[in-house]
Design a protein around this ligand. Structure first.
Ligand SMILES: [Zn+2]
Length: 124
């Protein structure tokens, strides 16, 4: 992973994943695909593929990792909501869109991709 050399004159530099302020210029990392900076904690927490998925979803749907409380997250509630809104799934695109929205909502609640998959597996 490439470490960016950035002078931190801009105090508003925030992690593209968790929105924490990046105070140490030696701890700024950059997504190779989207050129979005992220912090040391996110660099450690997520592997390359996870960062790609997370940054893409946050770019598409907004928000940031952990914007909402983990205690408020319920996969069952999300699934019930989606089922009510989408009574018919007609194509792979429909399914991909639903999967993306479910994972995005998990991320907003600070649930990692690994945790999300574990929760899904418990329901199957
Ligand atoms: Zn971060």
């Amino acid at each position: 992973m490439k470490v960016l050399k950035v002078k931190l004159n801009d105090r508003s530099l925030k992690c593209g994943i968790c929105h924490s302020r990046i105070a140490n210029s030696s701890k700024i990392y950059n997504s190779e695909l989207l050129f979005i900076p992220f912090c040391y904690n996110c660099e450690k927490k997520f592997d390359k593929e996870e960062k790609k998925v997370i940054l893409t979803l946050l770019e598409s749907y907004g928000g940031y990792f952990g914007i909402f409380s983990r205690e408020d997250y319920s996969l069952e509630k999300d699934l019930n909501f989606i089922i009510k809104k989408n009574p018919k799934i007609n194509s792979k695109e429909d399914l991909d869109g639903i999967n993306s929205k479910l994972l995005h909502n998990a991320l907003l609640h600070g649930i990692t991709i690994h945790e999300y998959i574990s929760k899904l597996e418990l329901l199957i």
